[in-house]
Design a protein around this ligand. Structure first.
Ligand SMILES: Cc1cc2nc3c(=O)[nH]c(=O)nc-3n(C[C@H](O)[C@H](O)[C@H](O)COP(=O)(O)O)c2cc1C
Length: 219
């Protein structure tokens, strides 16, 4: 699908057909996802793919949201909270391919990452959420490119999810993404697209003027 069509036709879908997503297709989707850009190229993501009866367990920590069990699969996007996890091999790669000029630059980069690893919880959480959110968006477009609809979900109890699925404390459940071929009459696809703010309203060319934010008030 053309990228413009992808962005214009993707919807958050709640109604799915009773059709599985085969492993080959899932792997192809994640082949796209793993190419997502990330902070320092550290790729702080892991993806737990929940299917079958386990979707009931996921729904129980997602405030009972029904589309979790209607979906063929749901992906828990897990962000690592330790920036140093993959730092050595990522930095070696940068050096070998000439993205870094020399060993000293590589060491300096590793020091920076170590500094981030020592940062407070909130800083590390923001760090991982930024990259993992981009991965989640790639996941949704990569799926839709193959006719698989999705719904991003922040409505879940992260602590309950951790304990239900045995996720260690050094991973942050950033988002859930349900996946499935849409039902033939999926309302989210049949309806007109939801409102989006205009380009002129959200884009500030050259200068950010908060006073110009939003449409004029009605009264
Ligand atoms: C961070 C985030 C959290 C969301 N959480 C939920 C959720 O818990 N449940 C749900 O049904 N939809 C959820 N959504 C989907 C939004 O409601 C949806 O993207 C929005 O209404 C726009 O609709 P569209 O995606 O069809 O364009 C979430 C979306 C985002 C980006």
């Amino acid at each position: 699908m053309e990228f413009t069509d992808l962005t214009r036709t993707r919807r958050s879908v709640h109604q799915y057909a009773d059709t599985d997503i085969d492993d080959e297709t899932l792997v192809a989707v994640f082949e796209d996802v793993r190419r997502t850009p990330s902070s320092f190229n550290l790729q702080p993501w892991e993806f737990l793919v929940v299917r079958g009866d386990d979707l009931e367990r996921l729904r129980s920590v997602a405030y009972g949201q029904e589309h979790v069990t209607d979906a063929a699969a749901a992906v828990v996007v897990l962000g690592t909270l330790d920036p140093s996890d993959h730092a050595e091999r990522v930095t070696t790669d940068l050096l070998e391919k000439g993205y870094l000029p020399d060993e000293a630059a590589a060491e300096a980069r590793l020091d920076t990452v170590d500094g981030l690893a020592d940062a407070d919880d909130e800083t590390r959480r923001v760090w991982t959420v930024q990259s993992c959110s981009l991965a989640a968006m790639t996941l949704m477009y990569a799926a839709w490119d193959r006719g698989i609809a999705s719904c991003p979900m922040g409505g879940f109890d992260a602590d309950a999810l951790r304990s239900e699925f045995g996720v260690p404390d050094d991973y942050d459940p950033v988002l859930l993404v349900t996946l499935g071929y849409p039902a033939a009459d999926a309302a989210d696809i049949e309806r007109d697209r939801k409102f989006r703010r205009d380009t002129e309203e959200v884009v500030h060319l050259d200068e950010f003027d908060p006073a110009a934010r939003g449409p004029p008030a009605d009264d």
